[in-house]
Design a protein around this ligand. Structure first.
Ligand code: ADP
Ligand code: MG
Length: 700
């Protein structure tokens, strides 16, 4: 690091430094994550008011919906009768009144004489032209020169900001001050050659135009620049992760004789599909090669990923290393644990199950055995990445249902060993754009073939008032020795209520509808042993129906189950519905998925149901999901380890994603330490924004 990199960047100056930002305003700015001048410049206007859309009061007509702008010339808080606030504005051509009947006192505090305001609403005539409860923006407190542009930025304004007097005008005043004093210090973050290649405006210009735009065209350039920059750094993060975690590392050599592998495959209870064979060969080559494997196996629900994971761990163990298999739920971890025995039939294999819900002493005992190398294969949940867990010699880390974990958790597991091989599996077939971002640092194998003999699951969408018929149908299935799931949504915010609903449904169904069958209730709050017992009963057929919350969303595998009934299906997302549906159709019998919703669901929910009925193809569903939800949620709470996207959209900006990816990977290929002079700006920015936040210290 050289002197100019360590020098405190003046854009890191706290906002208090600016005139007009006292302690109170600074505090409320911190409430919207504005701490420094840089944060301030980064604060994106919510929208822009275009003066050419503003109407003159002289030209208004009744019943039109319009925006007008003018100066507040009068104000009345009428206190008797029905309280109301009236303000009068003048725009040089006429007078207009705006009226608020509710919360008149609050509006009284907002509007002051001599302010310039913009009001939008439907025009009526009452002495003057009138707007009742219009949308409004306070543009300025007095006549000011900042307001000359055609486009006026309107900033987000929470109540807190308003209370502290940070109006739209105040924002513009302090931002203008910041730009005047510090524009010269806004560093360029993109290499010159990329900026030229795509004719992007400079970062300095982009900030200036974002806050004080000259024209709509200029604003378009602002977005184009920031979108590219954002996606470029996202891809740079991915490219560097890939480069530094994997490429230089010497992989643990795990050579496997093809003949030996064939023997193992032959001892499985079924023969592998062509796709499974192909992916297994890719894994075998990775393990033998000089670099650590870093592979994603993507395959729709039921395509048979587990067996591949188990065969891979078996190879690592045979070479003298430990294997770890991490799953997102305890139920799934348990199931994998049991599958090891039935699939691998290897009595010499020393296995352990490590779950958060184990008693402390038992947990410590397992941890000790792992550390001493007395366990070959550990199956577990997040409990595997706790501080206390240390491996003797981890050779292969497998992460199942990767989409339920984050990138950071993945690297935490990896760090339990010395550059172990990594295999991650996901049933959420992500569209290509997303794959490039979320899993951009992995090699991808696709399992595009289902085990033989599977029938297409038939999916129906029914409203609640037709439940009786649905139950009659389920009785028929159960009478044929088949089994069924009934799933209730359970969201954290209303966990107690949801659990109550599921519990009541269970009692009702057992007593009133299916008295001659055995039902059980399964949810996440149960003790581990209890969950285990319930799953065992369902597998063996002692129980014929499981009433469950979404704990069974992933992984659960009982081939005799042929009916999946999803209550309140409108409360689930598309990929979740698809996962749930994947719990049936795992045997050779015809399976059914029945989606139940209220009769009057909204448009988006309706579309989701229709997609489910129309297709069983996970890829189509993932594309539809992305279209219906937008990309944001994929990055949200679930996918830790990715920067938020403020400007770019994963759906509509696909082209930019691909371009930025190519550029970022090329840069890392050429200059992985970002040491070339032309990358000085990239290096500075990356260190400042990404190194700590995304645990990239080994890069610096
Ligand atoms: P997923 O890919 O969703 O994790 P699983 O690994 O749970 O799928 O496999 C689904 C079911 O298919 C399991 O019961 C598994 O034993 C079975 N299975 C996997 N591969 C084959 C195969 N080649 N032939 C027949 N059944 C298979
Ligand atoms: Mg699975």
């Amino acid at each position: 690091m050289n002197a100019s990199e360590t020098r405190q960047n003046s854009l890191q100056t706290p906002v208090e430094y600016l005139k007009g930002v006292g302690p109170r305003r600074a505090e409320s700015l911190r409430g919207v994550e504005i701490h420094t001048l840089e944060d301030l410049l980064d604060f994106r206007p919510r929208r822009y008011l275009d003066r050419s859309d503003v109407r003159l009061i002289r030209d208004l007509n009744a019943d039109e919906t319009v925006t007008v702008m003018g100066e507040v010339v009068g104000k009345d808080l009428v206190r008797f009768g029905k309280r109301r606030l009236i303000i009068r504005i003048y725009d040089g051509t006429g007078l207009l009144e705006a009226v608020w009947f509710n919360q008149a006192d609050i509006f009284d505090r907002i509007f002051q004489k001599n302010q310039t305001v913009a009001l939008s609403g439907k025009v009526s005539r009452y002495k003057y032209w009138q707007l009742v409860h219009p949308d409004f923006d306070v543009i300025s407190e007095e006549k000011e020169q900042l307001n000359t542009g055609q486009l006026i930025p309107i900033y987000p304004s929470g109540q807190e900001l308003k209370d502290a007097g940070v109006s739209n005008y105040a924002f513009r005043r302090i931002i203008s001050q910041a730009l005047q004093k510090f524009a010269g210090e806004i560093p360029e973050t993109l290499p010159d050659y990329l900026q030229k290649r795509y004719r992007l405006i400079s970062r300095r210009e982009a900030y200036r135009q974002m806050h004080f735009p000259d024209s709509t065209e200029k604003l378009q350039q602002v977005w184009r620049r920031f979108k590219y920059e954002e996606l470029f750094y996202l891809q740079l993060l991915i490219a560097l992760r890939k480069h530094f975690y994997y490429s230089p590392a010497v992989g643990i050599p795990i050579p496997v004789e093809p003949a030996q592998l064939e023997n193992r495959i032959r001892s499985l209870p079924f023969s592998l599909t062509g796709a499974q064979m192909r992916v297994l060969e890719e894994i075998r080559q990775d393990l033998a090669g000089g670099q650590p494997m870093n592979r994603l196996v993507q395959g729709d629900v039921g395509s048979g990923k587990t067996v591949l994971a188990l065969l891979a761990t078996q190879m690592a163990i045979a070479a003298g290393y430990q294997g770890a298999l991490m799953a997102p739920t305890e139920i799934l971890a348990q199931q994998h644990f049991f599958n090891i025995r039935s699939l691998l039939k290897d009595p010499s294999l020393k296995t352990a199950l490590l779950l958060g819900s184990l008693p402390e002493r038992a947990k410590r005992a397992v941890q000790q055995r792992i550390a001493e190398g007395k366990v070959d294969l550990v199956v577990g949940t997040h409990a595997l990445i706790q501080e206390a867990v240390q491996f003797h010699n981890l050779g292969l880390a497998v992460i199942d249902e990767q989409h339920r974990f984050g990138v950071v958790q993945r690297s935490e597991l990896i760090r339990k060993g010395q550059t172990p091989h990594v295999l991650v599996m996901t049933a959420t077939p992500i569209p290509r754009t997303l794959a490039l971002t979320l899993y951009g640092d992995l090699d991808v194998s696709v399992l595009d073939e289902m085990p033989p003999g599977r029938q297409e699951i038939r999916t129906f969408w029914r409203s609640e008032d037709r439940l009786e018929k649905v139950f009659a149908f389920m009785r028929e299935r159960l009478a044929q020795q088949e089994r069924a799931y009934v799933v209730y949504p359970l969201v954290e915010e209303s966990e107690k209520l949801d659990l109550k609903a599921a519990t009541e449904a269970y009692h009702f169904l057992q007593k009133e509808i299916f008295p001659d069958f055995r039902l059980e209730l399964l949810h996440g709050r149960l003790k581990m042993a209890e969950k285990e017992r319930i799953m065992e009963n369902f597998k063996s057929g002692a129980t014929q129906m499981l009433i469950a919350t979404t704990v069974i969303e992933v992984g659960v595998d009982v081939p005799e189950a042929t009916v999946m009934l999803i209550e309140h299906a409108d409360r689930f997302g598309l990929s979740q519905l698809h996962q749930l549906r994947g719990r049936v159709g795992r045997g050779e019998k015809q399976s059914y998925c029945i989606l139940i919703t209220p009769a009057d669901v909204n448009e988006v929910a309706r579309e989701r149901m229709e997609v489910m009925v129309k297709t069983n193809d996970g890829f189509v569903i993932a594309e539809e999901d992305l279209r219906l939800r937008g990309g944001g949620e994929f990055f949200g709470t679930r996918q830790h380890g990715m920067p938020d996207l403020k400007y770019a959209d994963l759906v509509s900006d696909r082209n930019i994603i691909e371009t930025a990816r190519k550029d970022a990977f090329a840069l890392v290929e050429k200059d992985p330490h970002l040491r070339l002079p032309e990358h000085a700006g990239v290096r500075r920015h990356f260190k400042q924004r990404f190194v700590d936040k995304f645990q990239m210290a080994n890069i610096a």
